[in-house]
Design a protein around this ligand. Structure first.
Ligand SMILES: [Zn+2]
Length: 375
């Protein structure tokens, strides 16, 4: 099966992430397509499924031995299909393939698989391993499981980068702040402490913090930021609310770590306490996803640029990705990593497509990269 047919088969397999959409199909069907394709192509295929219904697949093009291993990683889950007509019926128009997941990121997965197959015909010493992983759109179960089962000397995450070479992306920290007041009948102000009003001080401090973060910038990623995402509190109109909870998201730049962000929020709450003796609040961190960056002087960056220049009219632009991706986990495991993938449009949107010419160019680039790394 060639690239376009393989991509169409991946898009046709519903793989909506069930952690995002209750009842979502999960990765079982799409993992089956990959497993079947790999065996037919003469590649080794191993299914990982620590979490039932959430399989990932490791496809290995084994080398002759003694060479370096190149890991190609892409996620096989997608977000919801709300508002889409026939999200899982791939449609080709000109050089675009439409369908849920085509761009984010079954195009990149198909390119990686074809590249592994073609690399296997070059008689390279090292292995090319494709990790087609579950659950990137939620908790990244798949990449974490894959990293417990595979080691590599270099990695490319084939998320869509418009054929640019992404060497950094932001991280994020999700936290929750809970302000505690005292409930009382609305007619008895001397007894009540309004937790929602007290949260106002937190919101003002957050706005101030976000303004100050505008000065903290990264040449490829822009500024760090914080925003309030969700707020909840109160029981009924006639009562003072005893509780108000705020969910917030801090987008982080390389160099900003989880503990530093926790301290930032703690000192924000401390300022509220200093200003108001009745202010009572606590906070907890819900999820930390690290930012990612690889030094541009690293060998892998140069090799991908060289490989791409063999395929594209000019060397790829070095860039940062605006989204978070599994690359952070792979880099944290000590494997030099970059992102390089096709162009298109509509990640998480109603109309999604990937460029077939770009997807082909990604596959060719990855083969040229494998020839350099796994020789
Ligand atoms: Zn993605």
């Amino acid at each position: 099966m060639e690239l376009t047919d393989l991509l169409a088969a991946l898009v046709a397999a519903d793989s909506v992430n069930p952690s995002l959409v209750p009842g979502g199909a999960g990765e079982t069907e799409v993992a089956g397509v990959i497993d079947g394709w790999a065996r037919e192509a003469g590649l080794e295929s191993e299914r990982l499924e620590e979490t039932p219904g959430r399989p990932s697949v490791l496809v290995r093009a084994r080398g002759t031995g003694g060479g370096r291993t190149l890991l190609l990683c892409g996620h096989i889950d997608t977000v919801n299909v709300e508002g889409m007509t026939d999200p899982h019926t791939p449609r080709i128009e000109g050089e675009r393939l439409y369908g849920r997941g085509a761009y984010d990121m079954k195009g990149g997965v198909a390119a990686a698989l074809i590249a592994a197959r073609d690399a296997s015909r070059l008689g390279l010493a090292g292995d090319v391993v494709v990790a087609a992983v579950a659950d990137e759109e939620h908790a990244s179960l798949g990449v974490q499981e894959a990293l417990r089962n595979v080691s590599a000397d270099a990695a490319v995450v084939t998320e869509p980068t418009e054929l640019e070479l992404a060497v950094a992306h932001k991280g994020f920290v999700w936290s929750e702040i809970e302000v505690t007041g005292r409930s009382a009948h609305g007619s008895r102000p001397h007894l009540g402490i309004d937790a929602i009003l007290k949260m106002g001080a937190v919101l003002k401090e957050l706005e101030q913090l976000d303004r100050s973060l505008a000065d903290r910038t990264h040449p490829l990623l822009g500024r760090a930021s914080v925003h309030a995402s969700q707020i909840e509190g109160g029981v009924e109109l006639s009562s003072y609310p005893a509780q108000c909870t705020l969910g917030l998201e801090r987008r982080t730049l390389p160099g900003e770590a989880g503990p530093e962000i926790e301290a930032e929020i703690e000192s924000l709450l401390e300022r509220c306490r200093q200003a108001d003796s009745e202010f009572q609040a606590s906070h907890r961190t819900l999820l930390v996803r690290e930012p990612f960056e690889i030094g541009q002087e690293q060998e892998l960056v140069g090799l991908v640029a060289e490989a791409a220049a063999e395929v594209l009219p000019e060397p790829p632009k070095i860039t940062g990705a605006s989204y978070w991706a599994d690359s952070a986990f792979i880099a944290a495991a000590g494997i030099p990593t970059v992102l390089f993938g096709p162009g298109g449009e509509g990640a998480h949107a109603v109309e999604e497509w990937v460029s077939l010419a770009d997807t082909e160019a990604v596959a060719r680039t990855l083969v040229a990269l494998a020839a350099r790394i796994c020789a």
